[in-house]
Design a protein around this ligand. Structure first.
Ligand code: HGY
Ligand code: MN
Ligand code: MN
Length: 410
């Protein structure tokens, strides 16, 4: 039984043509009109695949195929929300591969023992509304009901308001929780977003573990003033302090371990006038590692450095933690299955860790979870140059079909 590679590629590229920004990347922030249009397109395709559709209060979309047993379910899927000016394969490759699996099972009238579901999780990136993997965290019951009211985007819109416009139910997000007993396993296909597979000339990878992610939102407040009149020795300039600590953030990651990563991807000066000493500067810090101890060490040093620099310069600082996901191991059983089926399918693979965070790390806290990686050209992602080939995506989806069908057939 083979997946339809043409259809897989056509749907990925059709979704990829939507929401293109003027600088060539994908602009599909979570809960935006662009996100709504894209998910409505995917729901249309899911209906054509004869799936029973269910949308939960958070906005996660599930498509279900019944088995001869009622539960537990084999779940597969990913996300379609994108980072600003993002790539067209991040998340989408996994969603459309899951759809292709469901469509192929349907076309071949395959009756599995266990029910199979595909899912599109909302707000995996956490770039518009901080706190990534929000949809999957709602499903495992890890999202507090206050989140829609207290989470704001960069324009000051609440997640609550955006969810209402999107058609989700922010007052009822606790209803999105599903019992862990409902899940047999979760398998996510995703692009690698790094260079390991390309360096080893392997089209497909089997993920062993997913790095932990700690994200901070930092606000340094000082004294605003006139750029031309205020003497240099009379300033309390938060931008200078931000520049000093951001340089330190790079140094701390480099000193912590070869696998520690820290990134300041977002910065904003308030009020933002060219001739105004900022009253405050806000910026994000994203810290990653496969070892929790390194994340803690790097985070503590970064927080300490921010506070001591601010104290020295008589500035105020507020540090808010917006994400805290620990490094997570993938199921050994699923890894062995993936490697075994890849061998049968003659797909060259290697095992590797994931530097990126994924919904699979959240699902792994409630059921055995695994990930299939598809090679990324030049290891690029989160940019318009992100690319995976039709051939590699086809191999990945074929492996996903094989492992889902075999896992759901007892
Ligand atoms: O940030 C990440 O690792 C993922 O792309 N959400
Ligand atoms: Mn992703
Ligand atoms: Mn991403």
């Amino acid at each position: 039984m083979k997946i339809n590679g043409e259809r897989l590629w056509d749907l990925i590229t059709e979704l990829g043509e939507k929401n293109r920004s003027h600088n060539g990347g994908i602009n599909r922030p979570a809960f935006s009109q662009a996100d709504r249009e894209a998910i409505d397109t995917v729901i249309k395709w899911m209906k054509e695949a004869n799936l029973n559709i269910r949308v939960d209060a958070m906005g996660n979309v599930f498509g279900r195929r019944e088995g001869t047993q009622k539960s537990p379910v084999v779940l597969t899927g990913s996300h379609i929300d994108a980072v600003p000016n993002g790539g067209m394969f991040d998340g989408v490759a996994g969603v459309i591969s899951s759809l292709e699996v469901m469509q192929t099972l349907d076309e071949n009238n395959i009756k599995t023992t266990l029910p199979v579901e595909m899912v599109v999780f909302v707000n995996e990136e956490g770039s518009r509304f901080p706190g990534g993997t929000m949809g999957s965290r709602a499903v495992i019951g890890e999202l507090s009901e206050d989140v829609p009211y207290e989470t704001l985007d960069d324009h000051g819109e609440t997640l609550y308001s955006a969810m209402i416009k999107y058609g989700a139910k922010p007052d009822n997000i606790l209803e999105a929780k599903r019992s862990p007993h409902e899940f047999h396993s979760f398998i996510e296909l995703h692009i690698e977003q790094g260079k390991v597979l390309e360096n080893l000339a392997k089209p497909i990878g089997v993920v062993t573990s997913i790095s932990g992610t700690r994200r901070l939102h930092v606000k340094i407040s000082g004294k605003s003033g006139h750029a031309g009149v205020t003497p240099m020795d009379a300033r309390h300039d938060p931008m200078v302090a931000a520049a000093i600590v951001i340089k330190e953030i790079e140094k701390i990651a480099t000193e912590t371990s070869p696998l520690t990563r820290s990134t300041v991807g977002y910065i904003k000066a308030l009020p933002g006038g060219v001739n105004v000493i900022p009253s405050a500067v806000e910026f994000s810090v994203d810290i990653r590692d496969t070892d929790q101890e390194n994340i803690e060490k790097a985070t503590d040093r970064i927080k300490h450095n921010i506070k001591s620099n601010c104290k020295q310069r008589k500035l105020e600082c507020e540090i808010t933690e917006t994400q805290n996901s620990e490094p997570t191991l993938m199921s050994v059983d699923i890894r062995e299955k993936l490697k075994g089926f890849a061998q049968e399918l003659k797909i060259p693979t290697t095992e590797l860790t994931s530097g990126a965070g994924h919904d699979a790390a959240v699902m792994a806290t409630v059921c055995p979870s695994g990930m299939i990686f598809v090679r990324s050209k030049d290891g690029l992602s989160h940019c318009p140059e992100e690319y995976s080939s039709k051939e590699d995506l086809e191999l990945g989806a074929q492996l996903l079909l094989t492992v889902v069908k075999n896992t759901a057939t007892l």
